[in-house]
Ligand binder design. Sequence first.
Ligand code: PLP
Length: 382
Amino acid sequence: MSKNRLGMAPRLTTEAHPVQGGISTRAIHAGQPAEPTTGAVMTPVFQTSTYAQPHPGAWPWEYSRTHNPTRSALQDCIASLEGGSYGLCFSSGMSAIDTLLRTLQPGDRVLCGDDVYGGTYRLFTKVLAPFGLQVQFVDMSDPALVVPAGTTLVWCESPTNPLLKTTDLAAVAAKAKAAGAMLVVDNTFATPVYQRPLELGATAVVHSTTKYLNGHSDVVGGVVVTNDLDLAERLAFLQNSIGAVPGPWDCFLTLRGLKTLAVRMQRHTENATAIADWLRQRPDVAQVRYPGFSGMVSFDLKGDLDAAVRFVKATRIFTLAESLGGVESLIELPAIMTHASIPADVRADIGIADGLIRLSCGIEELADLKADLERGFAAAGG
Ligand SMILES: *Cc1c(COP(=O)(O)O)cnc(C)c1O
C-alpha cells in the first residue's frame, strides 16, 4: 500500500471495496470491507496510537493523529453518503467547522446565515472576527439574497436552527460561484438522506455527527466532506497539524449508529410530521415550524417565558436537554439554552421568541409522545 496525494491512508471504499447502491446500503457497507487478517465483518476499533513499520516510512499507517483505520472507515462511509470523494472526521462538529475555517485568511469576507447554530455564530463573532475575518449575517432563505463579489465563503444551514427555515441551495450555490465564493453547507439537520448539498453545487458539507449521523447521543463528533481535491489536501494537512481528531472508539460508535440512519430518519420524519400537524390544531400554539422532513419541530407557545419554562419542565419522555438527532425525544428553549449566546436584540430581530420551544422528535411511540406534550400544555396553562 502506498500513500496517495493526500498523505491519507489508502481509500477503502473507492479503491478496495467499491460500494454502489442506495443510501441504506452504503450506510451499512461503504468504507467497511471485512477486516483482511481475520475476516471480521465489523470494522475493528483500532485502539492504537502507532503502527509497526516493515521498513522506515514505507507503511501508510504511521500515527493515529495522521490516520487510523477505524477513522478512515468512518470518513469513507460518510463521504459516500454525501456523494463526496473525501471525508475528514473531527472530534466535534465545532472542530470540523473551525478546521475548515482555518483555510481562510485575515480580511476574507464571509456571508453567513443569520440563525445558524449558536456555536457557529460564537466561533465567527468571538473567535475568528478578532483574527480579521469579516463576517456578515444575512437571511440565507431570502430568494433576493445577494452574494457580493469578493466574498470568499458563503456559510449556510438548511433547515436552520431553531427556526427551521429552508434555503434553495442550488440557487445560493450559483450565486456563490458567480461571486467567486465557496459555499459550505452545514447539513446536520437534513442529513444526506434528505439533502446532498454537493450535488446541488456546494464546495463542502459539514456535520455535527453528534446528531443524526451517530443518532444515539453517546458521541460528540464532526465531519467535512468535499469533492475538491485541493480543499481536501488543505483539510488533511490542517487535520493533522491541529489534531482535533476523534478517537477510534468514537469512530466505531458513529459507524455503528450510521448503519441505521435511513430507517431512523424515516421514523423521525413520521413522528415529527404527525406532531407538527397535531400542534397546528391547538389554540395554545401561535405558530408551528416544520420543513416536512427530519425530526425537528419548533413552535411558538402562546404565553410568556415562564409558561414555556413550565412546559419544558413538565414533559417526561421529551427530556429537557440541548442537542438533537438521537433516538430519544428532547425538548429545549432556544432563547435561554442553545441560542443564549446570541444577544437578545439579535434574537428578537431574527424571530427567536422567548416562547419558542424546539423539539427533537425521537423514534418512540407517537401516542406516547403526544400524551407527553399534553402534560407540557397542561403545565404551561396552569
Ligand atoms: C450541534 C451542532 C453543531 C456543533 O457540533 P458539536 O458536535 O456540538 O461540536 C454545528 N452545527 C449544527 C447545525 C449543530 O446542530
